[in-house]
Design a protein around this ligand. Structure first.
Ligand SMILES: [Fe+2]
Ligand SMILES: [Fe+2]
Length: 170
């Protein structure tokens, strides 16, 4: 069993990861509609990774005899009007998720829940990578995305991204 606040926050985090998957799926769909299949691929892989994050939290809760609470997943309500918009929205979203992970970590720290802190260490590191990768993408787009040839090559580069399962195994 975990501290009530820690388990509540982990359940909220699980929901946020599923929302992230949903949000990135909406972005993948936007790029698919626009004919940028490489960008679609990049965001579809993001969706798969966010689902993985949610499932890791699910397993962690179950391994600690906690109930998994599945709540409604909010509709991603943003509409996109430029190729850059989803990239900037993704970066802002990752920063929001980092703050959220830190809130759970702080709750675990405050009740000396070292096991949850160790579990969350992977997520803290992962958020650093997520922010870096998304920030790189924003910058690349700003540098090369406004020219048709550059956009074509960037789309090809993003199309080569391959999904890999998370390095954390529970
Ligand atoms: Fe995530
Ligand atoms: Fe993420």
């Amino acid at each position: 069993m975990l501290d009530k606040r820690v388990s509540d926050l982990l359940n909220e985090q699980l929901n946020k990861e599923l929302y992230s998957a949903y949000l990135y799926l909406k972005m993948a769909n936007y790029y698919a509609e626009e004919g940028l299949n490489g960008f679609e691929n990049w965001f579809y892989i993001q969706t798969q990774e966010e689902r993985d994050h949610a499932m890791l939290i699910r397993t962690y809760l179950l391994n600690n005899s906690e109930k998994v609470v599945l709540k409604e997943i909010a509709e991603p309500d943003k509409e996109f009007h430029s190729f850059l918009e989803p990239l900037e929205a993704a970066l802002a979203h990752e920063k929001f998720v980092t703050e959220s992970i830190h809130t759970v970590y702080e709750a675990a720290y405050n009740c000396k829940d070292f096991r949850t802190m160790q579990f969350l260490d992977w997520f803290v590191k992962e958020q650093g990578e997520e922010e870096k990768n998304t920030d790189d993408l924003v910058k690349k787009f700003q540098l090369f995305g406004s020219d048709a040839k550059g956009l074509y090559m960037l789309d090809a580069e993003l199309g080569a991204r391959v999904y890999s399962a998370p390095s954390l195994v529970l």
